[in-house]
Design a protein around this ligand. Sequence first.
Ligand SMILES: [Fe+2]
Ligand SMILES: [Fe+2]
Length: 302
Amino acid sequence: MLQQNVAGRLDGLKLCLDFRARSRFLLLPNTLNSEAKMFKILFLADVVGKIGRRALKEHLPAMKDEFAPDLCIVNGENSAGGLGIDPSCAGEIYAAGAEIITTGNHSWGKKTIIPYYEEHQDKILRPHNFAPGAAGTGCLIWTSPKGLKVAVINLIGRVFTGELVDCPFRMADDLLASEAADADLVFIDFHAEATSEKVAFGWHVDGRAHAVVGTHTHVQTADERVLPGGTAYITDVGMCGPYNSVIGVNTEAIVERFKTGRPTKFDVAKGDALINGVSIEFDEAQGKASKIERISRVYPVP
Ligand SMILES: [Fe+2]
Ligand SMILES: [Fe+2]
């Protein structure tokens, strides 16, 4: 009996230590330049159509000068005509200054992107919880010039998205314990519709991922914060696309659809461009996010 009690206590202690180990951030390597105490990521939300692509081309370089990110990530799922992304649009987003592109429910909107996902797994992601065997990946490790390893993960939610996908919560657990386990920073683009699912996901990985940014609704939320465990969080970053629109689509078509209940043709709206994003700072000494700042700017048509 005594042996069983001791064994039980030891098991309990081991579980406790395992939990503490899992719930703490990895401290960043000591080999990093001691002068560089902050690592910054600039993330821009769903790029919609030509207006979104052109806005990035014209304004992302200046934004990078302003925010001085070490890594720029852009969600490009609507960059090709509002529905999907193709290799040409991806090329424009990289040329504007992004290192990595994430996507979402429109990952497969253009067939030409399918082999591109497969061939460029080091710089473009589709949600990792799509069915096994889907082209490409939803998790990559990006290494900074100083040797910092950043795991960038793309997942999609299950509430109101209509997607037949694996559980993003369990998939995150799996990735944090495997492909992302040795990364110094973990950044997650959680592409989902329901605010509750996104908020819950943020709490689920708080203290294990360093940043969770929601995408998909194309409307920026004002709930950016650093959670108690050190995870930078925002429910939705918004979009980069036509400002006078209904989530990127021309207003007449959408209003007509709501009024009549009949299908209408969705075209990307024209006019001024909205750029939505977040700038996130990570404290290298603490191994946690220290700041998340929302970006929302409107640029007139040139
Ligand atoms: Fe989108
Ligand atoms: Fe989406």
